[in-house]
Design a protein around this ligand. Structure first.
Ligand code: IMP
Length: 424
């Protein structure tokens, strides 16, 4: 029996799905536990690209059971689009995709409110994905959210929906000057989802706890990254869920004593989409160069990602708040051509050295990164499958990352294909 959690350890987009896809071959269950269709998880198998927003990346293996936990906010339209896209590729999900009855729904008014709020904030916006994530989690916390279990009970669903649409319309019209939603249109459109989603709904808390008792292997697939965590990230420039390892327990209902391993995925450099502090961000010209080599465009929104050097302060912080047992370093190959590579080892603020990640966004805005410069390896690595075959300078760079984060490296990814993975 093994229970492993894979989490993003920077600002998301660390290529978690590739590591999950690799480890899924050894798992029986692959489980999403937080976030929603804001995630964009890309898996490349035999040169063919698949992007998942809600469905766990393990769906690529026909014998794996995939689970969407209670911590996820689920947009039924996005889910159905994803299921039909998979069916078109010949991948059947019925009988092996299960969704928690306790998961909350993302409704059209959540998406409108997300977009309207972002628009109203102008240059102070968070830069959300516009997928309604914040408003859906807000309804959950306010105890007015609609859960999957409600969707299966027409009278409860209609009553809750009517009341929520009325509340949303007040905000849409009075605060943001938007047109109101037609209550009946939304109800009609969404009532049909009960029949479509019903085959997938299950008590996944019991399903997973029974599986653990039966000695099965469970793999948790995190979405976004540690610095986007609502509690531990660069608040308010974060997502609205807990993205760190502890959320795997809350987002499914398994106890922390069952978890054996937490693998943190970090890129060999850093990226971020959306607004907010980014201490090691490159200047525009260098960012464009790395963005082009690394294909750094959002899988959900297509937005160009901001790029920067590896930030060891963040790496260390992330290892701590996730309790990482090992690291998977992704996209090493993107740095292959550089004559030198830098690692940020501390921040300087008003003449003082900060070795720990500051929580105050004003401090974060005013810090200067302190870098170590390492010689580049300037050799291709994409074809390498064994750690000892990596160029000496690449190994030295990786070993320094491991030292700074105080975490052993278990995987190094040197390309987007499943095969381009080095296991240590
Ligand atoms: P939201 O999750 O759509 O509310 O967006 C909040 C912040 O999280 C924004 O900066 C988004 O760009 C970022 N974000 C959300 N999901 C992802 C993801 O999957 N990868 C990277 N950034 C994300």
């Amino acid at each position: 029996m093994s229970v492993k959690i894979v989490v993003g350890s920077q600002w998301g987009d660390e290529a978690k799905a590739k590591i999950v896809d690799y480890l899924a071959s050894e798992a029986d269950y692959v489980v999403r536990f937080q976030g929603g269709a804001n995630a964009g998880h890309t898996v490349i198998v035999d040169g063919k690209e698949y992007i998942f927003h809600l469905i766990p990346s393990g769906i690529m293996y026909p014998d794996k059971i995939c689970v969407i936990g209670n911590g996820v906010v689920l947009d039924p339209t996005a889910l159905m689009d994803e299921i039909s896209e998979l069916q078109k590729q010949g991948i059947e999900v019925e009988g092996r995709l299960f969704i928690s009855q306790k998961a909350h729904l993302v409704m059209p008014y959540h998406k409108l409110l997300d977009q309207a709020h972002e628009h109203s904030k102008g240059n102070k916006s968070i830069g959300t994905t516009g997928r309604g994530i914040g408003p859906a989690y807000r309804d959950k916390a306010a105890r007015v959210g609609i859960r999957i279990v409600d969707l299966l009970n027409r009278s409860v669903f209609t009553e809750k929906l009517e009341s929520n649409i009325q509340a949303a319309n007040e905000m849409l019209t009075k605060i943001y000057g938007y047109e109101p939603l037609d209550v009946n249109e939304v109800i009609d459109a969404y009532l049909e989802f009960d029949r479509k989603i019903d085959p997938f709904v299950k008590d996944i808390t019991t399903l997973l706890n029974d599986a653990i008792l039966d000695g099965k292997n469970i793999l948790f697939e995190g979405a976004q990254g540690a610095l986007l965590d609502i509690d531990h990230g660069t608040y308010p420039y974060v997502t609205s869920s807990n993205t760190t390892a502890g959320a795997a327990c809350i987002g499914t209902g398994i106890g922390p004593t069952h978890v054996n391993e937490v693998i943190g995925v970090m890129k060999a450099y850093t990226t971020r989409v959306g607004n907010g502090p980014f201490p090691t961000e490159f200047d525009d010209e260098f960012a464009t160069q790395i963005r082009d080599i690394g294909g750094e465009y959002g899988a959900t929104t297509g937005r160009p990602r901001r790029c920067g050097w590896f930030d060891g302060v963040i790496g260390h912080y992330s290892a701590m708040i996730n309790g990482l047992s090992s690291l998977a370093i992704s996209k090493l190959d993107v740095l292959d051509t550089l004559p030198e590579v830098k690692i940020c080892i501390a921040y300087r603020h008003e003449g003082r050295l900060l070795k720990h990640f500051p929580v105050d966004s004003d401090v974060l805005d005013g810090i200067e990164p302190v870098y170590e410069t390492h010689p580049g390896w300037q050799e291709p690595t994409k074809h390498i499958r064994s750690y000892s075959d990596l160029p000496l300078n690449a190994r030295a760079y990786l070993e320094r990352i491991s030292e700074i984060t105080r975490t052993p490296i278990k995987f190094v990814s040197v390309g987007s294909d499943r095969e381009q993975t080095i296991r240590l």
